[in-house]
Design a protein. Sequence first.
Length: 233
Amino acid sequence: MHIMTAQKLFDYVSEGRAVESENLRGLDLSNLDLGAANLRGSDLSQANLTGTNLQEAHLERVTLDGAIFKDTDLRGANLSYVQIMDMDLSTCKLERLTALDAKFIRVDLKDQSLKSANLTGSTFINAPLVGLDFQQAHLTNLRLLFCLVESCTFEECKMAGSDFGLSILNTTFKRVDLSRSSFMGATFRDIKFLESLLKEIDCTLVDAEGMDVTGSLYPGLYSEGFRVKGLKK
């Protein structure tokens, strides 16, 4: 009977062998060097990934229920089509992460750097996004639902078609393409859209107190029920 162990996994990865759709449940993979590993579709439920090097690893469609992430290096890794729920990723390294059409539910990412990440089509639900750095990230069709977005850096990002429905935003967007994005029902508190493209954004039922749109273009903005105090142009 084939049983995968942490040592066997390390040996396979060291040899450049793919470990796809493998049962890795509950393995202690802490501090292992699994850089560039191909673990697509594997079950990593309850795995201990403390200090694990997963740089450039292929983790598409893996299962991560109950996995432990602490000081995990995920720079350049691919977590596309993965669901991450009720996890603390605040100590991980996430720059250049790719996570297409992924779901992040009640995930702690406080003060994380996601510079140059590609999160196209991904969804964040009920997540506190505080102090994150999204510089030059690809965030097209991103969905931030019921989230707190505070003191984040959105600079030179691609965010066309994104959805911020019913979220609270106290943050700055600078040189960001937000064309056709929806802010329906969102709350703005001292928000800044600087030198950004706001073409056809939907601000229906938005409640705004303090809004700076200096240098931005906003043709075709939908504003039914849009209440704003302290608008700066």
